[in-house]
Ligand binder design. Structure first.
Ligand code: 5GP
Length: 112
């Protein structure tokens, strides 16, 4: 198995609180939440960074975004605002390709 921690969660080798799953996408609650709602939406297939996406992955990225929309509807209180975060590479604050869904509090900009 890959050393990737999120691949281990996909394989069930590391436990996670699953929020949503289907054939292509897995969503689970962040172990160290930065907001009352903080969910990681990831592709089941390992994709290291945003730069590794190919044109054929457009449907996958769309599915991840729609998963975030559904989770925001289900988990963020009263349909208030939320934020999707896509970090790319170390200077972007990223370890593994994933979408963050943050909600349940007032978001600031810039995030710091
Ligand atoms: P990054 O550092 O790539 O921007 O974010 C990785 C995110 O994954 C962090 O918010 C971190 O808290 C979360 N994370 C890291 N390891 C685990 C884990 O084993 N389980 C869960 N649920 N979240 C994790």
């Amino acid at each position: 198995m890959s050393d990737c921690i999120f691949c281990k969660i996909v394989a069930g080798a590391i436990p996670a609180r699953i929020a949503y799953e289907d054939e292509h996408v897995l969503a689970f609650h962040d172990i160290s939440p930065q907001a009352p709602v903080h969910v990681l939406v990831i592709p089941r297939r390992h994709i290291a960074t945003l730069n590794d996406l190919a044109p054929d992955d457009a449907g996958l990225v769309g599915a991840m975004t729609l998963t975030a929309q559904k989770l925001a509807r289900d988990l963020v209180v009263d349909g208030t605002g939320f934020r999707l975060v896509l970090n790319c590479n170390a200077d972007g604050g990223q370890d593994v390709f994933h979408l963050h869904l943050l909600g349940g509090r007032r978001m600031k900009w810039p995030p710091g």
